[in-house]
Ligand binder design. Structure first.
Ligand code: DMJ
Length: 481
């Protein structure tokens, strides 16, 4: 059976009680009609092996990097695969077993059940939610809280939900101690002391999925309440153009950097979570806010350059152009635009990234779209382009997105695979690319999972209602028998 689309309606959504988990998940609407868009010069379906072959290739590569992590860094946050060392992601000298938490639902989707058990056992026995150190709230939410939630949904192991709640309770002071409701950037998990008064937008508003779901599962509305208060505080501070800035002071509530840089970081997932929160909880306010802000971005920031669509940076009050930089992380936005109802625009933006991929088989971290100059030649083994391939394929069933997603994967496999796993690159403009020495935790959570889901037609994922977070964590649609 073909997977079906799952999108929120553009306008009215039924208001649902976030604590009513049975009701959540039923929201969905038809996609907008398929619109014709420019197609690239290059043949779309050439060189694509049969789906099961690609699925097995992707699974084998995930296993290769997972084995590299296990061998050199088991129990630590991240592996340095070239030197066979480990990296502490959150707090120097402390571990959260980040890669284990990031990988768990990917291992489960790939039916690597012995590895799933190993990972879940480690978490249950070793994860300390009261580490004496300052953790970045945003990263802890999307990676750890989200990872533990999806681990619970995939395995049904109650202890994983308990750990998740313990950890989230330690993060909550970042929200509850704030006079505006905008979260502080960091919190000490042991003492509850907060720090970091200037917070980027993505860090303010990338928690509603995890907190809302936790509220549903525990019947404790404090988490969802904290997330919605933060959103409301931001929306109250939008400009007359309906644009938002980049960073905000959580104590004064004033913008520190008033540039609207959507879809670049550090604002990217703020917008993603408005759409996804509306989808997951059927929340009308979130749907309305997503539409309002996205219309302003499309109106004020979209720009055609040499036949390609990009998004410039503008002052959020005046609309004046202040930059034409595009970060690789913005490559998630084609998929979001599609899911939010702007499929034709999403496809066009995807084609811009695909043209860049033709020139750089490993996408550079950032470039100037007016001069085409590469500003940062790094490649962080990032998932954003493949994330959009997955989203747009789910919406359209168009094989073009499989072909191009696979091409991106080949670019990584041919250049970033090392005996100890997969690594970031320091310079993709060098030939061969100059390699770094890190497998970021998100590698285990995202790109291989999106690719596998596209090609494997997994019986463990509900392709109609399935919903993943910004970190690729499966928060709805894990099919457990
Ligand atoms: C991931 O942690 C998430 O996708 C986040 O939203 C953005 N950055 C990384 C991947 O690049």
């Amino acid at each position: 059976m073909q997977p079906r689309r799952s999108l929120i309606p553009r306008a009215a959504l039924p208001r649902r009680d976030v604590l009513n988990i049975a009701a959540a998940g039923a929201v969905g609407a038809l996609a907008p009609p398929h619109s014709a868009v420019r197609r690239p010069q290059r043949a779309a379906t050439a060189d694509l092996p049969p789906d099961p072959v690609v699925a097995q290739q992707v699974r084998a590569e995930l296993v290769h990097s997972w084995e590299g992590y296990k061998k050199a860094a088991w129990g630590y946050d991240e592996v340095r695969p070239v030197s066979a060392e480990h990296n502490d992601f959150f707090v120097p000298g402390q571990t959260f077993g980040l890669s284990i938490i990031e990988a768990l639902d990917t291992l489960w989707i790939m039916e690597l059940d012995e590895e799933v058990a190993l990972a879940a056992d480690w978490i249950e026995e070793n994860l300390d939610p009261m580490v004496d150190g300052d953790v970045q709230v945003f990263e802890a939410v999307i990676r750890l809280v989200g990872g533990l939630l999806s681990a619970y949904l995939c395995t049904g192991r109650e202890a994983l939900l308990t750990r998740c709640r313990e950890l989230t309770d330690r993060l909550l002071p970042a929200f509850t101690l704030s006079p505006t409701g905008l979260p502080y950037r960091r919190v000490n998990l042991r003492t509850g002391k907060v720090s970091g008064t200037v917070t980027p937008l993505a860090e303010v508003g990338s928690n509603i999925l995890e907190f809302g779901l936790l509220s549903q599962l525990t019947r404790d509305s404090r988490y969802f309440g904290a997330a919605t208060r933060a959103y409301q505080a931001v929306l109250d501070r939008r400009s007359s153009l309906d644009l938002l800035g980049t960073t905000i002071d959580v104590e004064t509530g004033k913008w520190v950097d008033g540039t609207s840089c959507v879809p670049n970081p550090p604002v990217d997932s703020f917008y993603e979570y408005l759409w996804a929160g509306a989808e997951l909880f059927g929340d009308r306010d979130l749907a309305r806010w997503y539409r309002l802000l996205t219309d302003a971005v499309l109106h004020r920031q979209a720009e055609q350059r040499a036949g390609h669509l990009w998004f410039r940076q503008v002052d959020h009050s005046s609309g004046r152009t202040v930059g034409r930089v595009q970060s690789e992380l913005a490559a998630f936005y084609p998929g979001l635009l599609g899911k939010g109802g702007d499929l034709s625009t999403g496809k066009n933006y995807y084609l811009s990234w695909t043209a860049l991929l033709d020139r750089h088989p490993l996408l550079p971290e950032s470039f100037d779209f007016s001069s085409q100059e590469v500003l940062s030649p790094r490649n962080g083994l990032r998932p954003e382009y493949i994330n959009s391939s997955f989203d747009l394929w789910r919406l359209s069933q168009d094989a073009f997105y499989k072909t191009t997603g696979y091409r991106c994967f080949q670019g990584m496999r041919d250049r970033l695979r090392v005996p100890g796993g997969y690594t970031i690159a320091l310079d993709v403009t060098a030939s061969p690319p100059r390699l770094g020495n890190l497998t970021p935790g998100y590698w285990f959570a995202e790109a291989p999972k999106y690719l596998y889901l596209m090609f494997a037609r997994s019986p463990r994922f509900d392709y109609h209602t399935g919903l993943v977070s910004t970190e690729g964590k499966i928060l709805r649609g894990a099919l457990r028998t």
